[in-house]
Design a protein around this ligand. Sequence first.
Ligand code: AGP
Length: 625
Amino acid sequence: MCGIVGYVGNRPVVDLLIQGLRHLEYRGYDSAGVAFFRDGIIEIEKSEGRLVHVEKLLAESSKVFQGSKCGIGHTRWATHGKPTTQNAHPHRTGHVVLVHNGIIENYQEVRKQILERGHRPLSETDSELFGFLVLEEMNRGLGLRESVRKSFLKIRGSCTMVVMSEKEPGVVVGVRNGTPLVAANDPLGGGVFASDAQGLLHVSKNVVFLEHGDLAEISEKGLEVFDLKTGKTIQRNATLLDWSVEQLDKQGHAHYMLKEIYEQPSSLMDTLNALVERSNGIPFSLAHQPAVKLIENARDIHIVACGTSWHAALLAKYWMEKWARIPVNVELASEFRYRDPVVGKSSIIIGLAQSGETADTLAVIRKARAAGIPTVGITNIRGSTISREADAVLYMAAGPEVGVAATKTFTAQLMTLLVLTGHLAVKNSQAHPDDQVQGIQKLFEQVIQMPHLLADYLEAGKLAKDTKKAARALKDSRGFFFIGRGFSFPIALEGALKLKEIAYIHAEGYAGGELKHGPIAMIDQEMTVVVLAPLDIWREKTVSNLEEVKARGARILGIGDASDLVLQSLCDHWIALPPGLDKIDSSLFPLALTPVVQLLSYEIALLKGTDVDKPRNLAKSVTVE
Ligand code: AGP
């Protein structure tokens, strides 16, 4: 997890590093720091807590850094050692200064050897140890790049290192080994490193996604890439990204999360347009992508994911089995990777991860590939590890998501899985009765309408007002249950996760039918039950569950169809879904329910005063197990 930036060139480096780190802070934010050259000496400013503390230190500092053109920066999510200033990166070892993301697995062994050789690390981190290895190699007369290369071969683990030395001003060396590192040439001269493209878009949109086992160097000559094992030069091409720096700003919203909730209609449309060929008149016509071919050929589909992505996968199971009649297994990647599932060469394993970096999901992909089972990655990030390690990839087009809580990437995942469902349904349509075929055509037309319907819903302002009101009334509840059935069940899970994540309130999502099997024992007057009951085939059953919890004193927040006055009359608090939703196929209701539960959590978190965009203990890409 952790975010890294490195730069050599003609721009003022400290501002550039800070700007990059701001865009990477979602990767970890328990401490931060920058290191930069000043008159041949490397200065370090670092602090526990947020990046803003480092900015404050820099503002108060007497160190002159405006002329500095070479430096590295880091924002940390602690693994080895507490989130203190001492453990914050960059770490200095003599003339060597480095930042690190990931874990050195043979850390104990390396530490022992270093201590035996008389060195005394100052921090509790595994990262600092690497500095001693580089220092030793440089003291033997090797240059920085070769020292980093040789040192890296002595450690094990999935990690990224970015290193500089006072002996070689104007050079920054990076290694990508598992955890991500991207790089670019600066059009004004020099080069830049970052953990992902968001961290360097302010320098260039022509991004080189370094590969596992790449050693790279930036200097005034620009970017050069080498093979980590042999040290020989290798060629890596740049990809031109269509993301813009403006997308990384809050654009007037109080939080990124709020902005990203409101961006959902456009990210849904962008994802639809990116995936579907609309000119040929065939519904859900996915372009001839290798990923689609692999999925089409599979006898059974296994989707593995974590957290919010797992909720999206769960809904995909409901959709795919209903519309395409294909058996779909959905599983937490952390479970799947360690058991012995029944999969074979005629199965497909889909790793669903907005970040494309989630350790457990990647582990499943790697294991499957090693066993010869076809794999597909679905991600929002071009060049991410999953996009390179799976046999084929499908990209959603949510654009950059900065808030740690996934919002627009969740609905973009839903859109991707929905069009995939539709595509498979069309492909298998010979096996369907006529009304099902017509149903698929109608569904496609309604999928195109959904972003517009949601845009009207969000822009009308009533939803914002209703969620604020409900949040004020319910914020002090002891706990929340979110209940739903059928297509609403995964959204109940997602609603509960959002509330836990950003408001730190205990919340659980349940399929309505499960309440009587235990959870109902928790219900009393201090509990709120959020009932997701749109007008679908499950509504009656969900209303029965509502009656059961209401009879036991729970406060009820109902979310239902705008015309459902009966449901509204049973609820203490009420949020209406978009007008006109009753004319849409119930498969698409989750796309309307999602912004409601997202905004509800957001409003409650605001009232609780939490850090909405950077909730405690979390990071956006979980790159360690
Ligand atoms: C979402 O709000 C969470 N931050 C988290 O559950 C996330 O969905 C999970 O870590 C999986 O991430 P991925 O989609 O990048 O694999």
